[in-house]
Design a protein around this ligand. Structure first.
Ligand SMILES: [Zn+2]
Length: 154
């Protein structure tokens, strides 16, 4: 990607298409919030299937070719760098957690869409008009101060 194509892309993004309307995007946003509302329970992670050797030398699992005891179903997750696992009973419990994990993927997808839709809304939302010149000058001064401070801090 060259600088030229980047430049053209940004121009394209800036000019709203004729078919786009603020109301349309706001409607889309409401639908997404509605979908979030109806999402149901969710949790991150995955379900893994495990077989383990118990370590007793006389046990069948000690025989060569034996897969080990199992299958044992586990819900695994890593949050803030810490991994956790919980044992799940095959049946309604695995079914329930599988649905919660699917809902988590939907939640992440909806959040991504919400960010995109909000960005479009921000782009299309008109800037407020400042008629009063004194107010405008004051606003400019205030903003200049705010962003110059931010600039120095970096
Ligand atoms: Zn064993």
């Amino acid at each position: 990607m060259g600088s030229l194509s980047e430049c053209c892309n940004s121009i394209q993004i800036r000019s709203p298409l004729l078919t786009e309307s603020l109301e349309g995007w706001e409607q889309k946003r409401s639908q997404l919030y509605q979908q979030l509302q109806n999402l149901g329970d969710f949790r991150p992670g995955m379900i893994s299937v495990n077989y383990r050797k118990c370590g007793k030398p006389n046990c069948a699992c000690a025989q060569p070719g034996h897969p080990g005891h199992g299958p044992q179903y586990l819900w695994n997750t890593t949050q803030k760098g810490k991994s956790r696992a919980e044992s799940l009973r095959l049946g309604p419990e695995v079914e329930k957690v599988a649905r919660e994990l699917e809902n988590y993927d939907r939640f992440v997808g909806l959040c991504g869409e919400l960010v995109e839709v909000n960005e479009q809304i921000c782009r299309l939302r008109p800037v407020r008009a400042v008629e009063d010149e004194a107010e405008l000058a004051q606003l400019k001064k205030k903003l200049q101060k705010k962003f110059s401070r931010r600039w120095r801090r970096k």
